[in-house]
Design a binder for this molecule. Structure first.
Ligand SMILES: [Zn+2]
Length: 275
């Protein structure tokens, strides 16, 4: 199995997105003037396994509009075709795409993809809900043209600490697990690598590994309680299985994948680097 970190440009978010206030200010502050953080990567992932090439998410495109709390910086050559070429991969070889959730910076790259697209049925229901449609209109964030994924249910029973899962590959080494919070139907994809480690392609479950350790609730999660419970589940999973945790916008994700650095090892790796 080989997993590639693809990068489709960067995004700058407000500090209030990364370090939200409590109560009603958690979401309100996003729409008020405030300081901006340094740019973050917009990753998506390619998995080569048993002769099959899959994508997890598809990244952003250059035509995406900024929103009050996020500024996109994507050049046309950084979109999915260029990102795949940089990893020596061809779009035409993709057999399947699995979406973690339906935010633009994860699905807009679908305009380049012909392969079947899978999404959790709960997430697609959330996409179709009146409030989601209203927000897409207000934020000028339409679904990509031709958006028509196939749904799946997380009906495969527990996987590690996660109560809901579904195998993606026949040999069950690629598994979708329910990680609700950031969106109600958010999933992560866990790949069991050749060394038996769990590589968790975590979408937007958190913005960073630091946020996971801090159990800091997401600024846009509809229900803070659900998001916190998912972070606790992820930490429980990481304590049971050697897990490389890779959120889409964590500047440290690509290096942790390349170095095979599991949760709990990162501080040791930092010490090693400084010596
Ligand atoms: Zn998102």
């Amino acid at each position: 199995m080989k997993i590639h970190a693809l990068s489709t440009g960067s995004v700058q978010v407000k500090q209030s997105f990364l370090y939200p206030g409590r109560g009603p200010r958690r979401q309100l502050n996003l729409f008020l003037p405030g300081a901006w953080a340094d740019p973050l990567p917009i990753h998506c992932w390619a998995i080569e396994h048993n002769g099959v090439l899959r994508l997890v998410d598809t990244g952003e495109t250059a035509t995406a509009h900024d929103v009050p709390f996020a500024r996109m910086a994507v050049k046309p050559e950084q979109e999915l075709p260029g990102a795949m070429a940089a990893a020596d991969l061809a779009l035409g070889d993709v057999s399947e795409v699995v979406l973690t959730h339906a935010h633009g910076d994860h699905i807009d790259g679908l305009v380049h993809v012909r392969a079947p697209v899978l999404i959790n049925d709960l997430e697609l229901r959330h996409v179709a809900a009146p409030f989601s449609r209203f927000m897409r209109r207000v934020l000028h964030q339409p679904l990509p043209e031709g958006f028509g994924p196939t749904t799946f249910a997380l009906d495969g029973g527990p996987f590690g600490a996660f109560s809901h899962s579904r195998p993606i590959s026949d040999d069950c080494r690629i598994v979708a697990v329910g990680t609700p919070g950031h969106t109600p139907g958010h999933v992560s994809v866990i790949c069991i690598d050749d060394d038996g480690r769990h590589v968790m392609l975590a979408g937007d479950t958190t913005d960073s590994l630091e946020q996971l350790h801090s159990l800091r609730v997401d600024a846009v999660a509809p229900k803070a309680k659900t998001h916190r419970a998912t972070m606790e589940t992820i930490l429980a999973h990481c304590s049971q299985h050697a897990t490389i945790y890779l959120p889409s916008h964590d500047p440290g994700s690509a290096a942790r994948l390349a170095g095979g650095i599991t949760v709990g090892e990162e501080s040791a790796a930092l010490v090693g680097r400084s010596q």
